[in-house]
Design a binder for this molecule. Sequence first.
Ligand SMILES: C[S@@+](CC[C@H](N)C(=O)[O-])C[C@H]1O[C@@H](n2cnc3c(N)ncnc32)[C@H](O)[C@@H]1O
Length: 415
Amino acid sequence: MVRCQAMVHGGACLAHLDGGETILVDGAIPGELVRARLTHRRGGTWFAAVDEVIEASPHRTAPPCPYVPECGGCQLQHIDYAHQLELKRGIVLDAMRRQSVPVPDHLPMHGMDDPWRYRWRGEFHVIAGTEGMAAAGLGFKRAHSWSTIAVDDCLIHHRAIAGSLPALRQAVRRGGAAGLTALHLTAGEDGSEVLVKPRPARQLDASAVDAAATTLPDGLRWNTDSTTLRWRGNTIRVRAETFIQVNQAQMEVLYGLALGRLGDLRGARVVDAYAGIGMLSLAIAETAAEVVCIEENRIAARLGMLNAEMNRAAARVRYLAVPVEEGLPVAAAQGRIDAVVIDPPRAGCAGSVVGWLALAGPPRVVYVSCDPATMARDLHILAASGPYAVEELDVVDMFPQTHHVEMVASLRRRE
Ligand SMILES: C[S@@+](CC[C@H](N)C(=O)[O-])C[C@H]1O[C@@H](n2cnc3c(N)ncnc32)[C@H](O)[C@@H]1O
């Protein structure tokens, strides 16, 4: 039996065995007394799962999904939503304190009114049955495992994706080659279309996809090339190879905060680093004089330029299709930079990017991140020992029911 302490990034609770060894317990809530089953050990840490709850937290709730806890997708469904938000706020605050990043005491937390069916994108594994593809299912990885679990629905995916699953199963059973491992799905066109991309490409017979598409519910269709999303009056072309914010409702909150923190951009020259297909850049270009987008994925950069043209912003949006490490000094050599937005992947920024910002960065930097630890590491250099002050740090719940969390920090260069 162990008493669970704080929740750590990943959704497990810290606890200690009688001998003092550290364990991380899945399926627990801070404060609970649980009987835990040790599952594996990595480094000096044991991992465990809850077998029996002896003293339950008042925040414990029955997960509505029948695949919890076997499915590895949702780590927090057993916790009421308001408490999920509190725990995530605590994880972000803890990451900042560990790196001595001076942040405001109270971090605003932006949750969802309805924390279900929010994912506009997802990847479903193809799970061959005992008779091979003829009985294949679709599903996800099990927690801490390479094995998979087939599902009939997923409560955090958009209705268009959930509504496509029976027809997709049919397509896979009739036309899936033995090498087909996954289907990458993106909802678009206001939820009336799903972009279907087999992984690897060409492992799913196109005629089987066409035949299955005729069985889709009314008002739903598939596209196998690209789809479109709409945001703030812009129509944005999306492909499977390019990043999107999977939670489109919370994207409004996240990017709305980023835009607000950038302040008055009239006449400004802004760098959007890690710009993707230009979702945020287009909104910045509504007021800024010029937006320099830096994006190393050439497919995303090409699509970003197309999106700028489609939305009549090509005169103000420019792409540098290079790594941010190379692009920042180039953008600076071409003219004064008034503000930089950085929205890196989970690994955070390269040391050279943080170093360049610390030495030569503009008065205003807005940092959007999906990883508290790497954001805190970068903010340590920029703010704890560097020239910036963290004026605001907002936490946005882009991924309810899971341990993932997103943050927006607004940094002001000290005089
Ligand atoms: C979190 S996404 C940001 C997307 C973007 N802000 C948007 O509104 O869609 C990160 C993006 O950074 C790109 N990327 C990752 N590492 C990079 C690097 N070193 N230099 C430039 N782009 C990079 C990825 O291809 C991806 O498009």
